[in-house]
Design a protein around this ligand. Structure first.
Ligand SMILES: [Zn+2]
Length: 339
């Protein structure tokens, strides 16, 4: 039999669902800005799991996943505790921005502090009330501006438990991604809480496919942890586990014609894209150098030299090095150098 659980100073009884609104910030007019969260305390013993979304304020798919999860789950049928935070970056989401109003990236601001920047304070609130004391976390993201990601789960595959849960999630790809300093995943990992980072779709839109993969995936992880009796079928029966990835960049400026799509399997020599001048002259064609899978792609039809166009993951058991170029947690490849 499970006992009461206390989150953000509120006690939640077994079999109960409570909505909590701890203070995260204040507006210019002095109104309280809260960090809304739902706590489902199951009737039976089990692990404590958190699901977070919109750590980047323009990444909306995860908010829809949280809604679907809260529509589906009943604490009476749950073993363990589930904490759902549909919008972590409560300041960024109000201005449709990936970042905080002070331009800080919340996912580089962990563990945060009570007297630090706007981002540091929200990070610390989430750490204190949600991450600490959890057994597993799932953090829902999308690609950054003008890009889309094929549904994929990023974990440190050396962590066997995280690897097992990432495969159970059932997204088409599992990507081995080392920790980034200041990320939610790194901070939780330092506390012994493995976090699965889900990436699917792009910012400022709802992508039904990416939402469906993640809605099933979260339930499948809860089932794998023994928290619920039934789980939906996986979106993909056998996720491909990939250990290395790189961004392919444009060499010429102009109009972009992509010859492949997100999710495609690439063969060496396969044409990937052409760049065409506004007068219709072909300026460059780029071919695949290695076998790989397109796990992310630009959505902009205009390109300049150096612009990241395709994110390609490479098959094989190569052991990634510590400075692995994988752009964990959907770093904007135009801002963060990937080599
Ligand atoms: Zn993100």
């Amino acid at each position: 039999m499970n006992g009461p659980v206390s989150v953000a100073g509120v006690s939640v009884a077994p079999g109960e669902r409570r909505h909590l609104f701890p203070s995260a910030s204040e507006s210019y007019t002095g109104d309280r800005t809260t960090l809304p969260m739902a706590v489902l305390n199951g009737t039976g013993d089990g692990p404590r799991v958190f699901v977070t979304a919109a750590v980047h304020g323009d990444e909306l798919n995860g908010i829809a996943v949280c809604r679907s999860l809260l529509d589906t789950l009943d604490p009476v049928d749950l073993d363990g505790v589930l904490v759902v935070v549909p919008i972590v970056n409560v300041l960024g989401v109000q201005i449709g921005s990936r970042y905080l109003p002070d331009r800080r990236d919340l996912n580089r601001s962990f563990p945060g502090s009570h007297d630090g920047s706007m981002a540091a304070r929200i990070a610390r609130l989430l750490l204190d009330e949600v991450i600490q004391g959890s057994d597993v976390g799932i953090d829902l993201h999308t690609a950054a501006n003008h890009r889309t990601n094929v549904p994929q789960v990023r974990v440190d595959t050396r962590d066997e438990r995280a690897h097992d849960l990432a495969v159970a999630f059932g997204a088409p790809f599992v990507l081995d991604a080392r920790m980034r300093p200041g990320s939610l995943r790194e901070t939780a990992g330092d506390l012994g809480v493995p976090v699965l980072t889900y990436e699917g779709g792009g910012p400022l839109r709802l992508d039904e496919g990416a939402i469906d993969v993640a809605s099933r995936g979260v339930l499948r992880v809860l089932h794998r942890l023994g928290m619920i009796d039934d789980a939906p079928a996986p979106a993909h029966a056998a996720p491909m586990v990939l250990h290395e990835s790189r961004w392919l960049r444009a060499e010429r400026g102009g109009l972009l014609e992509l010859h492949v799509a997100a999710g495609d399997h690439l063969e060496p020599g396969q044409p990937l894209w052409s760049t065409v001048s506004p007068l219709g002259e072909e300026r460059a064609t780029h071919e695949a150098g290695d076998e790989g899978f397109v796990i992310g792609a630009t959505t902009l039809p205009l390109v300049q030299p150096g612009q990241a166009l395709l994110h390609v993951a490479l098959p094989g058991d190569r052991v990634p090095v510590e400075d692995d170029p994988t752009d964990e947690e959907d770093d904007d490849p135009e801002i963060t150098e990937d080599r």
